[in-house]
Design a protein around this ligand. Structure first.
Ligand SMILES: Cc1ncc(COP(=O)(O)O)c(C=O)c1O
Length: 465
């Protein structure tokens, strides 16, 4: 019966980020059930969910605490519109979020996915300027290789050419500055031996031996156009979809202080880095920088249901707070804004974080992953090996000396995906960057096993390349 369903899938379904012709002569992976860090297919095969099902399953699948929270909520209130209406889950979740994020982040705007969390921040920053009589501040700055979602607004700020694809003509103009991509340093610095400059614990970088020349283009932008910029948007410390690029907190601190000097809002997109991914609850903690907007989704519900938030300050909020007739209302909302089931799942995840002391318990796991990934370094085509917290990545290159990538027609990442399945791993490389984004609950023994299987996968793929 399940095999027949696969035929129906091919007939009826168009999958995201998928060239459907790749599945002309092979079946798409039919995931039948999941438990903890494992996915099981329709034939009973078991796979490690090495990318946390698109970076969101923080406490593993089938988590009993989250499940219970959703079930109880389902008996009480499933959905209600959120304009001029509220419910207990949304209120309690807002209180927890304001508690665990730094002051002055004190207002919570709900939506339902990472792209919309960012869209909300963009629109709030933009409207704030109009309300303030600062219409000249209408531009946004973002990083090359940054990724903030797939809506037209967020691809206007994204810096991954593949995702922008043919849509460029639909986007609004924004300013891109080079990414702090140490392996391919935009300022031409030679990357030091990473074991020298990363904290193997997967936490903050211990030392920085460059003077952040890569920020020069930003300084130039500021001197020429600083007064026309409303906000800078970026993923703090770990740029996900652009290739798991990890950069030092010093960069973030310096960039933030330049933004402050020039009156520019900071929008932190922690959709991927939030909720423990980088070893702390939020990546911003490792740089000690507080943004004007903090965008969260993915891990917010422990990966069970779609939900997102944009946190901001009283200062921003108060600019919109006025008699209705003044026309200062923020006109943005989605059908499933603050969906009660989503909020219940997020509160379930909050309970797991608190009761299991998840963040404090991460250290042995992040250490196992960050130490273990070092063994990838001697693989034939491993150009760069990087990682922090519960993320690790290998950038595959055709020539390690020149850092030349393989011709895209080789599809090295796709080969890794297919081989990974044979090894019981659901890897989903980003181009030629193979990475692990493990659920926070992955045990050290499981991490060792995943590293071993990933190494075997890479060795076999490299031997055939
Ligand atoms: C940093 C970042 N921002 C935004 C998004 C978009 O989130 P969503 O896919 O929920 O729209 C993603 C998704 O991968 C992301 O990694």
């Amino acid at each position: 019966m399940k095999d027949e369903l696969l035929d129906i899938d091919k007939k009826l379904i168009w999958h995201p980020y998928t060239q459907m012709k790749d599945f002309e002569n092979r079946d798409i992976l039919f995931v039948d059930r999941a438990d903890g860090v494992f996915l099981y297919d329709n034939r009973g095969n078991r796979y490690y969910d090495t990318i946390s099902s698109w970076w969101c399953v923080m406490h593993g699948h089938n988590n009993p605490v989250i499940k219970k929270a959703i079930k109880e909520q389902l008996d009480r209130l499933d959905q209600v519109h959120f304009a001029a209406t509220t419910h207990q889950g949304a209120i309690e979740l807002a209180r927890w979020l304001v508690d665990i994020t730094p002051e002055p982040l004190s207002k919570v705007f709900y939506s339902d996915n990472g792209s919309t969390a960012n869209e909300v921040a963009l629109k709030m920053s933009f409207q704030y300027r109009i309300l303030k009589g600062q219409e000249q501040r209408s531009k946004f700055v973002s990083l090359e290789r940054g990724y903030h979602g797939d809506t037209i607004g967020t691809i206007s700020l994204g810096g991954v050419p593949t995702f922008e694809g043919p849509f460029k003509p639909l986007t609004f103009d924004s300013i891109r500055i080079p990414a702090p991509y140490c392996y391919r340093c935009p300022a031409g610095c030679t990357a030091p031996d990473p074991s020298d400059w990363t904290d193997l614990n997967g936490g903050a970088f211990s030392r920085l031996n460059c003077s952040l020349e890569c920020l020069e283009p930003f300084r130039k932008v500021l001197s020429e156009q600083g007064a026309t910029i409303t906000a800078m948007v970026l993923e703090p410390l770990l740029m996900g979809a652009g290739g798991i690029i990890i950069y030092p907190p010093e960069y973030l601190r310096e960039l933030a202080s330049l933004c402050r000097e020039h009156g520019i809002h900071l929008i932190f997109d922690e959709v991927a880095t939030g909720f423990g991914r980088t070893g702390t609850m939020f990546a911003l903690e490792q740089a000690g920088v507080i943004p004007d907007f903090l965008c969260l989704s993915k891990g917010l519900t422990g990966g069970c249901l779609p939900l997102a938030v944009t946190l901001t300050t009283d200062e921003i909020y108060n600019e919109f707070y006025a008699d209705y007739s003044e026309g200062r209302t923020f006109f943005h909302g989605h059908t499933f804004t603050a969906n009660p089931l989503g909020c219940a799942a997020a509160l379930g995840s909050a309970r797991v974080f608190q009761e299991d002391d998840v963040i404090n318990g991460l250290e042995p796991r992040t250490l196992a992953l960050q130490k273990g990934k070092e063994y990838f370094r001697d693989l034939k085509y491993a150009g760069d090996v990087r990682g922090m917290g519960m993320a690790a990545a290998v950038e595959i290159v055709a020539d390690r000396k020149t850092k030349t990538p393989f011709d895209p027609s080789v599809r090295a990442g796709w080969q890794v995906y297919l081989k990974g399945l044979e090894k019981g791993l659901v890897l989903r490389p980003l181009g030629d960057v193979t990475y692990l984004f493990l659920p926070l609950c992955t045990t050290t023994a499981q991490i060792e096993d995943i590293l071993h299987r990933t190494r075997e996968t890479l060795e076999e793929v490299f031997a055939a390349l």
